[in-house]
Design a protein around this ligand. Sequence first.
Ligand code: C2E
Ligand code: CA
Ligand code: CA
Length: 659
Amino acid sequence: MPAVLQAQVADIVEGYPSTLALNAFTLTVSMIVLRLLDQTSWIVWLWFGCAGMCIAARAYMMNALKRRGMLLSAPKASLTILSLGALAIGMVWGALPWIVPSFDPLGQHAPLFLIMGGMAAGSVIKQIGYTPLALNFAIPILLSLMGNLIYLWRANEVLMGLCLSLMILVFIRRSIWAERMFVSNQVARHQATALADSLTRANSDILRQNSRLEALANRDTLTGLANRVFFHGRLAGDIARAKVVDEQVALLIFDVERFQSINDTLGHSAGDALLQEIASRISSLIEDGSLIARLGGDEFAVIVSGSAALERARSHAASVLEASRQPIHWHQRQAVVGLSVGLAAYPDHADNAEELLACADMALYDAKRGDRRQLREFDPDLRRNAERKRIIEQDLERAIQTGALGAWFQPQVDLVSRRITGFEALVRWQHPQLGFIAPPEIVNAARDVHLSEQLTARIATDACILARRLPSLGLDDVTVALNVSPREFALYSVPCMLQAVVERHGVEPSALEIEITEEAILDPALADEQLKKLEQAGYKLAVDDFGMGHSSLAYLISLKVDRLKIDRSFVKDVARSETNQKLISTMVTLGQSLALEIVVEGVETPEDAAILARLGCSTAQGYLFARPMPAGALDSWIAQHQPTTSLKRKMKSKHLSVA
Ligand code: C2E
Ligand code: CA
Ligand code: CA
């Protein structure tokens, strides 16, 4: 294992200077001893020179290996070279007993004997990392001493020689064992380091993954803004902080108008690109550290905290709304997208995060009902309205099923003869807790909780029941009108629903009239198919609230609408308004040229009725004749209003009973 070899080299390198220094020192001491014994012959000097050169060569070799980087790159070769150096100096030392004349290891040369034996033992003890190095040095010295002792062939010396041979064996064993220990220590250390390294790597991997997961958990992947989860945490945190430091936290919620239809018509990738563009626009406009988040779908939120939060939030909303006038470019397309904004603030409107969000939502909901591009700030009325809406939505289905909600009928009369020409079914609901609920509120709630079809079916059923009953009340060619909100065409098939209802009650479609506000005609693509089906099925069609919108005349002609119902606002006080008289006169002329009957609604006074008749209006509806009433009240009203008819009916029934 290269790492172990490197550790062995490192072990040698660490003790190398002291080894060389000790060698030089013992060499000098040995020379002093020899000098004191007066045995420094030329051969001893030669030996001294060789030993000195060996030490110098070893120092040089070590330096060269270091400089060339071989200690690390070629540890095995380095060990061999260093071992050879050790062998060389070991052999030089081993030569000493043989060059000193009459070497007497246990006598006068005992100091040299001790120095050599001590050095050999010391090297084995010291150099445990790599056995060959220690043994290369020690064995030649010990063998030489042993050989010398035995060579003298004296009892003490031979015994000592034998002891020395045993010592050599012990040294070899000890050395090998020490090296094994060293190697296994190094292996264990290396494995531990590798394990620690891989743990560190795994740990940093986990940390990286964690931060990525954290980013994913907190970021909206489409826009890069904070997501709903992060938004909730931040809102709660900011409010908790604001409670302590007595500051405001303002919350803005933005909603993209008609985003769903963009998504539906241009596709989801276009919708995504548009959301990204809006997100980057909001981010570029709000740069005061406020948190910008996408709450999902087309809803964005901004949390504004710190001093003057409400003021700053208002100005953020104003700048975003202003910027929304600029077309947004995306994927080589461009569009002007309207935004609605709701604003609420802690502690002004709410006490905690959940309430604050609900308040901003209510404000947004209100903003969406109004003009485009507007900011609404929360006020307590919105909360009351929201609660009212919640109750209405919650109770609506049951009211439809139980009949607590149903149609009342307002008669329509011929302006000249005052004969009854029809009835309009109008939804009525007396809520046990909220009292009378206005029709538009019911219609909107039904749309929001997907009950539009059930609601209109309920009114159509009531209209059919009346239509069935009318001939028995002496009214033969009289239609019952019902209102169909133009938006319903997008929600379900009005013709299919009506067909089921009329078939169930055995009523001819021609007995019913469908009143649709101009809105429908302005969105022909949506309504076209269903209106044509209604017309083909034989229902009469009326354009309601005519004059309020911008009907396409060409479309009116192509649809074969039967009647135009002029909106109440033109009719009210018409006797005193010349402008309204002129307007109505124009509408009547228009209607006549298109062969459409003109109905005026909201007729409240005899003066207005007289003027309207003079202006050429044929049919009228209004409080002057009757208010909307329950079906049960119609019999007596009809009897009073059309005595001739009810007389005829009475005579008819008398005749039948006589017969
Ligand atoms: P609309 O279709 O224009 O209905 C006529 C409204 O004028 C009725 O209000 C009626 O009560 C009121 N009205 C009639 N004569 C007079 C009058 O002389 N003076 C005044 N000031 N008002 C008069 P209502 O019942 O509150 O209905 C309001 C609107 O709600 C209706 O306007 C219609 O657009 C809608 N609506 C009513 N019932 C239904 C329904 O069943 N389905 C749908 N989709 N909409 C309905
Ligand atoms: Ca109507
Ligand atoms: Ca109307």
